[in-house]
Design a protein around this ligand. Structure first.
Ligand code: PMP
Length: 361
């Protein structure tokens, strides 16, 4: 490391930026197979058809990608019944999220979201110099949309509703969301973050696109990282009314979605029926894990996503250590709880065992 301390002045707001605690790969062990269930990834390997497309695209890596992301944008527009002008892509949905703050918040403006929720929200807020306004979840670990409506002031520029909520799992209902939107001023942008959309059971699904069509101040954020299994390629998108989508395209990192990512996303859209079978299998596994934990006596919130939340409070770090011993890398939030992704069947079996042992320790 260099021992030269630069005099360079960095932005004051950087001090307020929390660190993203990304999941690390599960360390290999000689005594057992280890599993990483800390990042809500899709445990299935890429589909052969997607892998082939990626290999072909990799042969063009000396060239910049299509900056307009035209083919993928058109395919997404056709898939969701909107125009290409209503789609903005980015380097993962977290990349689009960063742009959403940049296009809405002046320094000091407020961004309202539930807490605990996705850990990138306070990061993108602080990076833009926006003020994060965190509204506690209710006792069921669900969004408290009434309290969120009350938290909106004339400095609020952006509101995020994460449904299903990462890391706790519950989703909001369409009635709740529509009731909430009726209270949000029309000049405040509301993002419905549906990163886990595909894992929602039919009786919990909301029609976010119908809500979007009814509200010019609503946009919908989605990703290829979870159900589509492309977390490593970084591609997400926002469905937004034209002026918002146009602003997002302006704010995007130039060439931020690689050609490999664009082609893989296109191939994944085409292969969605196959991917859906995997999503169905993960939802069956989630039900199995939730049922087993309930039988053990755990009180966990209803998860509509590809993970379960263990509300362990001060025992969160101890649980993570116990899971680690058993070869499972989980995601603890100190003093609050532990999020465990639904992974390979063997990883889920082991999680059930660790949960039982931890309760009976
Ligand atoms: N939103 C939510 C709620 C998430 O949980 C995540 C990923 N953990 C993202 C957005 C970002 O995903 P990506 O950048 O991989 O699209």
């Amino acid at each position: 490391m260099s021992d030269t301390q630069p005099d360079v002045r960095l932005r004051d707001t950087l001090g307020a930026v929390p660190a993203y605690k990304a999941g690390k790969p599960a360390p290999p062990r000689e005594d057992l197979v280890t599993y990483k269930i800390s990042s809500n990834e899709n445990p299935y390997p890429p589909l052969p058809s997607v892998l082939k497309t990626v290999q072909d695209a990799a042969g063009r890596m000396n060239r910049y990608p299509d900056m307009s992301v035209r083919e993928l944008t058109e395919a997404l527009a056709a898939r969701w019944g909107v125009t290409p002008d209503e789609i903005a892509t980015g380097t993962g949905s977290v990349g689009v999220l960063g742009s959403l703050v940049q296009i809405t918040c002046n320094p000091g403006d407020e961004m309202v979201y539930a807490w605990r929720s996705f850990e990138a929200y306070p990061i993108v807020a602080a990076l833009a110099g926006a003020k994060p306004v965190q509204v506690p979840l209710d006792s069921q670990a669900r969004h408290n949309l009434n309290a969120m409506a009350d938290a909106i002031t004339d400095r609020t520029r952006l509101v995020i509703v994460c449904t299903p909520n990462n890391p706790t799992g519950p989703s909001v209902t369409e009635d709740e969301l529509r009731g909430f939107l009726a209270k949000v001023p029309s000049d405040v942008l509301v993002v419905i973050d549906e990163a886990y959309l595909e894992f929602v059971e039919p009786d919990h699904q909301i029609d976010a696109l119908a809500i979007y069509r009814d509200h010019p101040n609503v946009c919908v954020l989605r990703t290829f990282s979870k159900a589509y299994g492309l977390a490593g390629l970084r591609v997400g998108y926002c469905i937004a009314h034209e002026p918002v989508a146009e602003a997002l395209r302006k704010a995007a990192v130039p060439f931020g979605v690689s050609d490999v990512a664009q082609q893989a996303a296109l191939a994944s859209l085409e292969a969605y029926d196959e991917l859906q079978e995997r999503v169905d299998a993960l939802m069956t596994e989630r039900a199995r894990v939730a049922q087993a934990l309930a039988e053990q006596g755990w009180k966990i919130p209803d998860s509509q996503a590809n993970f379960v939340w263990l509300p362990l409070g001060d025992d969160a770090m101890a649980f993570a250590a116990a899971a680690d011993q058993a070869g499972l890398v989980v995601r603890p939030f100190d003093g609050d709880g532990v999020r465990c992704s639904i992974g390979e069947t063997e990883a889920n079996d082991r999680l059930i065992e660790v949960c039982e042992e931890f309760l009976n320790r």
